[in-house]
Design a protein around this ligand. Structure first.
Ligand code: SF4
Length: 200
């Protein structure tokens, strides 16, 4: 992967941003593409949006050896413009990562990540917080954390979806969460997960 030149993004990148997390993650966060800070560091989600994601992971109580983070596209696109041609070129790598990592649950972050797996899915805001099955495993769409900096409504949606994800994780992977620091500020605790959760 480090030497890949399969698309034009290879001409601009400093690093191929592959993955950070556990060798065998049970839950995988899938974002869109690395930003400038990720390009510098070679690690996904290390900028401002990454800090919000890390805080969410702590609040969820996910164990360090239980989750991983990657993107649909592994090289930084100039201007942070998501490029569908790069996503298509990077798709074999994404498939390899999914095969090697074999997560039980996938959480997509943003519309481009969701549509990479589910091309027929609706708008990100409408789909966020509504789990579905993807290749036999739960897929939970969320907004991209960077979106939460743009509008208060997106931040509220992010927090609601995060709270629901906690319940979903308990339902899908009982005992997986190592601790619970929820509820975060301003969030209302939720009850036990319902067994009647419907997938799309
Ligand atoms: S974005 Fe993906 S396909 Fe394009 S050069 Fe980087 S690793 Fe290769």
């Amino acid at each position: 992967m480090q030497g890949c030149t399969a698309c034009g993004l290879s001409r601009h990148r400093k690093n191929v941003v592959i993955y950070r997390g556990a060798r065998r993650p049970r839950l995988l966060f899938l974002g869109e593409a690395p930003g400038a800070e990720e390009d510098e560091s070679g690690l996904p989600f290390v900028g401002k949006a990454g800090h919000l994601l890390d805080r969410a992971i702590v609040e969820l109580g996910l164990p360090d050896d239980g989750y991983g983070i990657t993107n649909v596209v592994m090289c930084h696109p100039p201007g942070n413009e998501f490029d569908p041609r790069a996503a298509a070129a990077c798709r074999p790598w994404l498939e390899l990562k999914l095969t090697w990592l074999a997560p039980e649950v996938i959480v997509t972050l943003g519309g481009s990540a969701l549509h990479a797996l589910e091309p027929r899915a609706g708008r990100p805001l409408a789909e966020a917080g509504h789990p579905r099955l993807w290749r036999g495993r739960p897929l939970y769409p969320m907004l991209h954390p960077a979106a939460t900096f743009r509008r208060r409504a997106f931040r509220d949606q992010w927090e609601r979806d995060l709270e629901r994800l906690r319940s979903m994780v308990d339902l899908w992977m009982p005992g997986f969460r190592s601790c619970s620091s929820f509820p975060a500020r301003g969030l209302t605790p939720v009850g036990s997960p319902s067994s009647s959760v419907a997938f799309k």
